[in-house]
Design a protein around this ligand. Sequence first.
Ligand SMILES: Cc1cc2nc3c(=O)[nH]c(=O)nc-3n(C[C@H](O)[C@H](O)[C@H](O)COP(=O)(O)OP(=O)(O)OC[C@H]3O[C@@H](n4cnc5c(N)ncnc54)[C@H](O)[C@@H]3O)c2cc1C
Length: 409
Amino acid sequence: MAEFTLDLNDDQKEVRDWLHGFAADVIRPAASEWDEREETPWPVIQEAAKVGIYSLDFYAQQFFDPTGLGIPMAMEELFWGDAGIALSIVGTGLAAVGVLANGTEEQIGTWIPQMYGDPGDVKVAAFCSSEPDAGSDVGAMRTRAVYDQAKDEWVLNGTKTWATNGGIANVHVVVAVVDPELGSRGHASFIVPPRTAGLSQGQKFKKHGIRASHTAEVVLEDVRVPGSCLLGGKEKLDARLARARERAGGGGGERGRNAAMATFEASRPAVGAMAVGTARAAYEVALDYAKTRTQFGRPIIDNQGIAFQLADMRTQIDAARLLVWRASWMATTGKPFTSAEGSMSKLYASETAKKVTAQAVQILGGNGFTREYPVERMHRDAAIYTIFEGTSEIQRLVIARTLSGMPIR
Ligand SMILES: Cc1cc2nc3c(=O)[nH]c(=O)nc-3n(C[C@H](O)[C@H](O)[C@H](O)COP(=O)(O)OP(=O)(O)OC[C@H]3O[C@@H](n4cnc5c(N)ncnc54)[C@H](O)[C@@H]3O)c2cc1C
């Protein structure tokens, strides 16, 4: 088992520098254009696929890095480039993690390659859990999956919302209710293969930030998928449901792990790392600006009021990164999150990104408020981190419940 270390090995440093180069040379220069267009930056994804950054191999290499630092390091560098474009590049990863967390080896081998496509014909994937009435409250999910035994098919009906890449994805991973009596324990995840009849895109959202990333509703009307599209398989599902029914009298349905939560647990430190990338990018712009902008005959950083803000910004970014790396190392080495360390890392890093990007706007003065300078976009982008993959309030609930053992509401 890998010891926790802050020393990146030579391979990790090489990957980090390579990603940084891609973020600086390809992502950053395209950021403003795709933010304005509010469209998926297909040419940039294609470029990432050509050099091997948008691929199952690359993702798996980072995911299985025994130190746990591969994914957070990659996320930080790509999101340092630009959050909207980076989410378009890594959004497929959320669906891939859904399959890795719940799927059989055969399902992993069949579906993950179809999520990415190939450099000549790139594809994306979507993970669809949230619904109009089931955001933080995953237990309120209504999308139903009913088994048609005669045909060995599952029939899905419902409306998903806020799905990154929803409707434009080649493969959709859909979480649905298979047993409404069991609350969140009665959920299961399904693959909806390319071009399946009955799946359509609903509203595409016009957003405040990360505008290069496509976010939309996904409507499921009598969507029929083969039995083999149930992630993990029917036998495993039946056994899990039987256990949940046994415990149902004791209220285990509310507290149990469920398909969507398994995905979120694995991805929370990764979202923290995205936030660190955005915060670091804004901090660097603000530091440069403060050293070169002169007022009252001296650089504005000469004022403690500015210099101390920069000192706090950098301290908080480093603290956020440490929490993220610790959580990723714990997850990879199989250490249980006994103090909700995954949620802690996401909470602190996302709040830091919001605060630091707001300070960066202030340090740039009028320029910070314009689209001529990137901190305006970074500040809008940072707002997402305290919302998706569990809001800050939900992270605090998870942490408080874990620490106290009490059912805090
Ligand atoms: C750009 C974007 C991309 C997304 N991508 C995906 C995706 O790919 N797949 C997917 O499934 N989902 C996705 N989401 C959905 C996201 O995870 C949800 O928006 C999020 O979980 C919050 O749900 P909600 O929006 O319904 O807010 P609500 O749950 O309605 O929350 C509203 C407010 O109430 C607070 N609140 C709720 N319950 C409590 C409580 N018990 N205690 C204290 N405060 C509480 C919340 O913290 C929040 O401040 C995405 C969302 C966005 C905006």
